[in-house]
Design a protein around this ligand. Structure first.
Ligand code: OXD
Ligand code: MN
Length: 590
């Protein structure tokens, strides 16, 4: 039964786990993934033969493949995502909860016999560089060849995971079955106490690449609280100044606010000699180091990014990253099997096949690419990949940046007065929803630390853990809040964004080094207008800077009410530090 793949481990706990799942799901065969190049090619060939993937134009896009998902399965499903802790309180008011025993019974019913006629793949993987004390081992069992091919880009897979695990049983147990890709039978379920994830009924990355959102954020945040570290929805980058001095920055923005663009940013010509390199674009695992600083790793090995809007202006390095060895999902296809999406460079092609497989022309009323169409690309392709990405000890973080998409109220940049004020800035973070999201366009949804869909336990306790971590650090990073999206009264963006965000980043790192000035406002410290570099910015003057930094007390009073409304929902466990921070803010803006 298990003759394929040559990576059957000797670890008894893994063998027992796989045997138990095989007994329940009754696959025709078990395929032990070894992560080799030969295996990769045979899996791609199999996926093409089965009609699951299509080979793209290999002259234009060497090593690239294309897949379409079921139209009912194109995004993460927060309403079907569960945290099954022994009590509802442990999961907290921002998560869906079910009792673990009940949920196991329900899932076992769905899993019984579900792999009959299918191959069961066993993927051993590492989240984090081999040899890092922060790295975790996962075993994902799946009946989807798409999951195997995407996982081999997004994580370090194969024998190295068994080596890291040794003879122990400390690994995340992940079970995935597509079932019949039916939203009625779709559940993404986490059992934090059992270090187990069960995902059924979907084949979409965020729901099924279990190392990513499920392990690295939801289970990771739970493990981090117990073990004294942090799992965060953050990009990680290195800024190098013209003197060769490096600083490392982590930044949390909600989904679709430009994390990948920021992580791969090219400093504009004005910043001759400055360099940005990428450590991660989505997830950071951080823990205090022996010197009292906070050290971070990127647990992932690839980028699972949104294609629409990606182009040579918004992110030239991403365009280069996805030019080879990439899997595209739900984008549009040109006649010569190249990929296309809304916002790609160049003229709109006269004829395309859209993400559903239908003919498309510029006259069509529907989008050619799904708005959440994706690329899965190895980080090794990134022209500005930081060498530190493999550093087992991680990199010492100087600054943490929080940010959202806000048309009003929030200035371009401000610095927190202290760690607890910084935690408050993160905890009260909000971002405007797009027209597609429930709740209506322009409405601000609170998304604390960009972790609303990803915290694996009670949100108030999670804030408490942040405050605890500050106490565990001798040299805690300085915390900032940014908003690239403020608009003037005519609805125009007040800040050019993209590469010009380098001006804000420069102030941030120079503050951390103690070489840039600041002044205090009721909401945070701000760059001195006489110091903030606006040279070479077309039409953007010192006055424009003051306008984008303006604090409108009336707007802030409304903001405070909205923050209070959100905090009330977390009332049971909201740390008192945050209550006091809110009171201080209220008195400063009154
Ligand atoms: C992602 C997300 O896919 O945040 O990274 O949804
Ligand atoms: Mn994300």
């Amino acid at each position: 039964m298990d003759h394929q793949g040559c990576n059957k481990p000797s670890n008894q706990a893994v063998l027992d786990f796989v045997a138990k799942v095989a007994k329940l799901t009754t696959p025709d065969q078990v395929f032990w993934i070894d992560g080799s190049e030969a295996e990769k090619q045979s899996l791609y060939d199999q996926a093409v033969a089965d009609g699951i993937l299509m080979k793209l134009n290999q002259e234009k896009l060497p090593g690239c493949y294309y897949g379409r998902s079921n139209p009912n399965d194109v995004a993460r499903v927060e309403q079907l995502t569960f945290i099954c802790t022994p009590t509802r309180e442990e999961a907290g008011p921002t998560n869906n909860w079910a009792a673990p025993a009940e949920m196991h019974t329900k899932l076992n019913g769905l899993l019984a016999g579900c792999m009959k006629g299918r191959t069961m793949y066993v993927i051993p993987y590492l989240m984090g560089p081999a040899g890092s004390p922060l790295t975790k081992v996962g075993i994902e069992i799946t009946d989807s060849i798409m999951v195997v091919l995407n996982m081999r880009i997004m994580a370090r897979i194969g024998a190295l995971a068994y080596k890291h695990l040794g003879g122990g049983d400390d690994f995340n147990r992940g079970i995935h079955s597509m079932l019949d890709i039916n939203p009625e039978r779709r559940f993404i379920v986490h059992f934090p106490q059992e270090n187990t994830i069960v995902s059924v009924g979907s084949n979409y990355g965020g729901n099924v690449l279990l190392g990513k959102k499920c392990l690295a954020l939801r289970i990771g945040s739970y493990l981090g609280r117990n073990e004294g570290w942090m799992a965060e929805h953050m990009l990680l980058l290195c800024v190098e100044n013209p003197q060769g001095k490096k600083a490392y920055v982590a930044a949390a923005f909600p989904s679709a606010c430009g994390k990948t663009n920021f992580a791969m940013m090219i400093p504009p010509a004005h910043f001759n000699g400055w360099k940005i390199t990428t450590i991660g674009d989505d997830i950071a695992w951080m823990r205090p180091g022996p010197d009292g600083r906070l050290y971070a790793i990127n647990p992932e090995a690839g980028y699972f990014g949104v294609a629409p809007g990606t182009n040579y202006k918004s992110n030239p390095n991403a365009m280069k990253t996805i030019a080879k060895d990439t899997i595209y999902t739900n984008v549009a296809l040109t006649e010569d099997l190249d990929v296309w999406w809304e916002g790609k460079d160049g003229p709109v092609p006269a004829k395309l096949t859209d993400w559903k497989g239908n003919p498309w022309t510029p006259a069509s009323t529907e989008k050619a690419a799904h708005p959440n169409s994706r690329f899965t690309a190895p980080m090794a392709n990134n022209p500005v990949l930081a060498s530190e990405v493999e550093a087992a000890a991680g990199v010492p973080i100087s600054a943490i940046i929080f940010g959202g998409r806000r048309a009003s109220t929030m200035p371009l940049v401000m610095e927190a007065f202290s760690w607890s004020h910084g935690v408050y800035l993160g905890a009260s973070m909000g971002s405007e929803m797009t027209a597609a999201a429930v709740g209506g366009a322009g409405q601000v949804r609170r998304d604390p630390m960009a972790m609303l869909p990803f915290a694996g336990y009670d949100m108030g306790e999670y804030f408490g853990h942040w405050l605890q971590m500050g106490k565990a650090l001798k040299f805690a990073p300085q915390i900032y809040h940014v908003n690239w999206f403020r608009k003037d009264k005519d609805g125009n963006f007040m800040w050019p964004g993209f590469g010009e965000n380098m001006r804000v980043l420069k102030w941030v790192v120079e503050r951390c080094e103690g070489t840039a000035g600041a002044y205090e406002t009721p909401v945070g410290r701000m760059p001195l207008p006489c110091e903030f570099d606006v040279e070479g910015l077309d039409g953007f003057t010192k006055e424009s800077f003051e306008a984008v930094q303006k604090i409108d007390k009336e707007e802030w009073k409304k903001e405070l009410l909205l923050q209070t409304e959100f905090f009330l929902t977390l009332n049971r466990t909201l740390p008192k530090e945050l209550v006091f921070e809110r009171e201080l803010l209220a008195s400063r803006i009154s």
